[in-house]
Each structure stands twice: as C-alpha cells, then as structure tokens.
Write a protein of this length. Structure first.
Length: 652
C-alpha cells in the first residue's frame, strides 16, 4: 500500500507530510456513524466520551493518543525513552480525552453559530488539496480511498471527510474570533517594542536580606501592610482536597520477605545471577597515548620494567600503584581492580589475566593504553552467584515489589468501595484510611499551582477544578504514590483573611522595610561616586553586567521581575549613574552601556504583522474562555476505563 502511494505521489511527498501534520493538529476525530467502519452497535458501546449526546469513538481517541505519544517520544530524543509509565504519570490519557472533548464542544458551538462546513466547502477543500491531485487532476477514488484508510488511519473515506468538515468548522470559528477583535496601532507598537528593544547595563544590587535581621514589624504595621497590599494576596478560584495515599515506602518498612520466598525467587530467576569466568587483578598502568613517538614509548617501557623489578624484589604493590599508576579506576585502591570478568577489557590484557600463573608479576602492552603491570591474585570459573551473595539485593527488590502490590491492591479496594457508596462528607471519606492507606490534606491551591504535598500534576488539577465539592476521584498516580482525591472545599476568587496568611504578610512587611533601608544605603553611596563600581566599592559589593529585555522580564542576580529597571535601562541616558530603584528583593543602582531601540521606520514596517499577532493571541484567549464556559454547561459522559492509571488505548 505505502509503496503504491509513494509511486503515485513521489513528486508530492513533502506536501503529504505537511497536510498530515495539519490534520493531526486540527482533526483528531472520526465523525459519525461511519467512524467504526461497521455496524452501529460497536460504535455505541466502545466510546471514549459523549458530549451533549455526540460520541467520541475509541478509534479517534486511539489515533490521537498515538499522535501524542509519538510527539513525546520525539521530544525525549529517541524511541522508547517515553514509556507507558511516564504517559500515565503525566496523565496523558486524560489530556487526550480533554482535548477531544474541547474540540467537540467547539465544533458544536460552530454549528450553533451557523458556521458548520457545507458539503460544497468540503468538496472544494479536497479538490484544492495537492495531496489528492496528480498532474492537476483528482487522483481517483481508488487511490483516494486507499490513502485515507491507510496512512491517514481513518476507517472510511466518509469518516475522513467528516473530520475534514470539522476541521473547516473549527477554522471558521477561529476566523470569527479573530475578525471580532480590534487591535489599535498603539497596542501593536507596544508589542513590537516589547519583543525587540533591549539594553546592556552595569549594576550594583543591594539585597534586602543584608538588613533583614535588624528589621522588626509591629502588629499594627502588619495589618497596615495587609490593607495596603490587598491585590498582592488576591487569588483566583481555589480548591482544597483530602486524599488517601497508598504509601509504598511506608509499607516497604513493614515487609520482611521470608528466606523461603527469597529462595523461590532466586531459583525461578537463577539465570539473572549467572557470572562469567573472572580474575582478581592488581594493576599498575604506565600510560602511552596511541601514536606516541618511539622515545616516549621507550621511556614508558623502561619505567614499567623498573616497577616490575621492584615488585619482584618484594616491593609493596599498593604503595607503588598509588604512587605510579595512571589508571584512575584502581590507583586509589592500591591498584586493586577487584574481579574482572572475561571479555571486559582490551584483548592483550584480557588474555594475560586468564593465562599468567597466579601471583606472578608481568608487564603487558596494549595499543590503547600502554604498559600494564599485572598480578593475578585469584581466579574463579563461570557459574552463578550464590543465594547468600545475592540475598540482600533480592530481599530489597522483593520487598519493593510486595509493597507496590499491597499499595495498589489496597487503594484499588478502597476505590471500589467509594464507587459503590459515595461518602456523605469528608469525615466519611477520611474514615477509609487504615494502616496501609493514610489520609492527608492539601490546603487551598489554584488551578495552575503546585498541589501542596503532591507537586505539579496537570491531570489531577484538571479533575479537581472540573469536579464539585464532595466529589471523589479515581485512583491517580502522583510523585508520592497512588492516591484517591476528594474535593473538600471550593472557594471563589478573592483575598484570604489575614489570619490565614499572617506569616506571609509579616515576612513581606519586613522585606518592604529592609528594601527601604537598602535604597537609602545606595542613595548615600551615590554621593560623589562617578561610576557604579565606585558605588559598589563604598558598600563592599560587586558590580555586575547584564543584558535586559522586556520579553524576559528578569535580570540575572535579582530575584523576581524587574520591569521598572528594564524600562529605565531601555529608555534612560547612556553612561549616567541611575537609581536607586527598589526591585526584586532589594535595590539597585545602574549604568546603561548599550541600547537597542526601535525606530519609527521599523514600527511602520511591522505594525500590520504585529496587529495580526495580537489578534491571534487574543482569539486564543477568547477560545479558552469559551471552552471553559461550554464545559460547565455541557453534558459530558466519559469512559472512565480509558483514564484509569492502568488503562492503555486500544490498538496501542
């Protein structure tokens, strides 16, 4: 099949690749009754999700899942590095399903707005596509059908055409968004400046921490700081969760496999402990680089012969090796290489250590390294490591596996109970904890925040912020282990009470006073100082150079964003000592050494393209807001089996 298509489309290969990429980006669905390539019974039963009554099939879910895994495999550098376990840990099944649901919602909205693709638009799109043209004419239905059901992976031409119709609809919706947005020339100019203006500065930074130990704040000052800086503590919608954690690490400490269990495992996997013939070797290397001239080689040989003579006369091998060997792996051990298996080293060395008499001392030359002085202490034949020898590592491995199995079994058992009977309140949920599964609380966090105690987990966060208070989630893999989450609290955007964040406010108030102190110290040091370096010398600090731009927003050596400093560096006067400015967690004095400023001519030339850029950005933002609203209003039924931690898409 692929050969036939290559023969037919040889001159269009690059176009095929581009078009497939476009379809992958915009179209991940199978569309309608023809999507399963057969009767409607399987399509109805084998579903990935249903969105307002429309089915997303397993076929389209599997196709998109494969595209995601292929993408991540490329990102990780080579095939096989991105494993199924990694996909589960990052919540890839849920990511794929959420993307499909979002696209279905958008296409439904497009139909509601009378933007659905017409049959004529689909036909025109096909006939205009170079992929399906040969010598300017349509390739014919046979080749067309073979290609869409082969390399493109659709069950039928009808399914492909429905997918293409959806692609057209989504593009029309996107165009409608973009056409509804008006961008002023002033906004476009500001964006162009942000992307293209830059400067270099030399600065001295006075960290507030230098004075922080001497700063204190009263209760009244803390309250005043809180009232004056309400916007600093403003948060978006937040959630609070309880979760049951199957802690395999804790279970591991309670598990002691019996000798009988270990012996059984050892006997069943004895081949893992097979050993090659080996020699216990003492070694001194007098190194000679490959291709060295004859005098260098002769000098190295003379040194090796001298060492051999000393050793044969009773010299201490360990002392001579430590003083003379150029083998970094064994010189520190007095030349002791330990057990060396046959075939592990270069050929002359390998042959010598398995043929020389025990305890004799000889010199062997290899082309790769030079002269090797060796003494064979002991040899052992090929065989198997004994049970007693491998017992410690076997014990650790078996205990780890048993702990993982127990954790998985117990958390799965509890999840089944919670599905049968949803807990009435958080107390009923927590009551499921036992000696194998512990209960924890994650305090308030936002949608894009790390989850306290669990870190960043996109799949978990997405579920938490789509669930209602009192909802119980499925078993989810986290960096701490498998958990069952429970939404214990939901609160709207706002400012938390002072008592909840008092420690943070007090810390910020102290830092504010310390920054004021830093600013005053720099102001005093600027008096009579012609350069930043002179200011730094007065304070016992060091001046630093940095490149700054508005895209980055940060400057090396200064914690946090420093927009005031960046703006002053781009718009200030070259060479002058400027400041002090309170930035980050301190204050700064600086000199501008270089500037790159946008000219009026550049602005005029790029205004139109930046208006388009801003329009596209805002259209994407509008789309995200719309999708979020549609999600809240939609009837979505999900096949939970697909997103369970152990699920794998069909056909993958």
């Amino acid at each position: 099949m692929l050969k036939l298509m290559r023969d037919s489309f040889q001159h269009l290969k690059w176009i095929l690749i581009v078009l497939v990429a476009v379809f992958v980006l915009f179209v991940f669905v199978d569309w309608g009754a023809g999507g399963m390539g057969g009767g409607t019974t399987n399509a109805t039963q084998a579903f990935a999700a249903r969105v307002n009554g429309e089915t997303i099939t397993i076929n389209e879910y599997s196709r998109m899942y494969k595209q995601y895994t292929d993408m991540y495999s490329q990102m990780y550098g080579q095939q096989g590095q991105f494993t199924p376990e990694m996909a589960q840990a990052m919540g890839l099944p849920k990511q794929v399903l959420d993307s499909l649901i979002d696209q279905r919602l958008m296409s439904q909205e497009g139909a509601r707005l009378n933007l659905a693709a017409t049959p004529e638009e689909v036909r025109r799109k096909l006939l205009e596509s170079p992929t399906f043209l040969q010598d300017g004419k349509f390739v014919g239905m046979e080749l067309y059908n073979r290609y869409v059901t082969g390399p493109l992976g659709y069950p039928s031409a009808a399914a492909f055409e429905e997918a293409l119709a959806r692609d057209i609809t989504l593009q029309k919706v996107q165009s409608a968004f973009e056409n509804s947005i008006v961008i002023s020339p002033k906004a476009a100019e500001a964006e162009y400046r942000r992307m293209n203006e830059a400067a270099k500065i030399r600065y001295v930074f006075y960290p507030a921490a230098r004075d922080l130990a001497t700063v204190s704040v009263t209760d009244a000052e803390v309250q005043a700081f809180y009232k004056a800086n309400q916007s600093r503590y403003q948060h978006g919608e937040q959630r609070q969760i309880r979760y049951l954690l199957a802690d395999a690490g804790k279970l591991r400490a309670q598990i002691q496999p019996s000798d009988a269990e270990l012996r059984k495992r050892y006997d069943a996997n004895r081949q893992e402990y097979k050993t090659q013939e080996a020699a216990h070797v003492l070694h001194i290397l007098v190194k000679v680089e490959p291709g060295s001239p004859a005098p260098v080689d002769a000098a190295a040989k003379a040194k090796a012969d001298s060492l051999v003579a000393q050793l044969r006369a009773g010299g201490n091998f360990a002392q001579l090796a430590s003083a003379n060997s150029q083998d970094p792996s064994s010189a520190g051990n007095g030349g002791d290489m330990g057990w060396v298996e046959r075939g592990q080293t270069v050929e002359p060395f390998d042959r010598a250590i398995f043929t020389l008499p025990l305890n004799s001392i000889d010199v062997v030359k290899s082309a790769e390294y030079g002269y090797h002085i060796v003494k064979i202490v002991e040899r052992r034949p090929a065989g198997f490591r004994s049970f007693e020898e491998v017992k410690p590592e076997l014990q650790a491995r078996v205990a780890d596996e048993m702990a993982q199995d127990q954790a998985r079994s117990e958390i799965t058992r509890i999840a089944a109970l919670l599905r049968q009977k949803k807990p009435e309140n958080v107390q009923a949920f927590v009551a499921q904890a036992n000696d194998r599964v512990a209960s924890f609380e994650a305090p308030w966090f936002g949608k894009n925040d790390q989850i306290p105690g669990l870190g960043m987990n996109q799949a978990l966060s997405q579920w938490v912020f789509s669930a209602k208070e009192g909802d119980v989630g499925e078993v989810t893999q986290t960096q701490r282990g498998m958990i069952i989450p429970y939404v214990s609290g939901v609160r709207a955007a706002g400012v938390p009470d002072l008592k909840e964040i008092r420690a943070k406010v007090e810390e910020d108030a102290k830092l504010g006073k310390a920054k004021t102190s830093a600013t005053r110290a720099l102001q005093a040091a600027m008096a009579g100082a012609p350069t930043v370096d002179a200011v730094a010398a007065k304070l016992g600090l060091t001046a630093t150079e940095a490149s700054v731009n508005r895209q980055q927003g940060q400057i090396a050596g200064i914690n946090g964003n420093a927009p005031e400093l960046i703006d002053a560096a781009i718009n200030g006067r070259l060479g002058a000592v400027n400041g002090p400015l309170a930035v980050g967690d301190g204050a700064v004095v600086f000199q501008i050494t270089e500037q790159k400023k946008v000219t009026p001519q550049e602005l005029a030339q790029n205004r139109v393209s930046y208006i388009d850029t801003l329009r596209q950005q805002q259209a994407r933002s509008l789309r995200a807001v719309l999708v979020e609203r549609l999600r809240k209003e939609a009837r979505v039924e999900v096949n939970d089996e697909l997103i369970r931690p152990t699920s794998t898409p069909a056909g993958l």
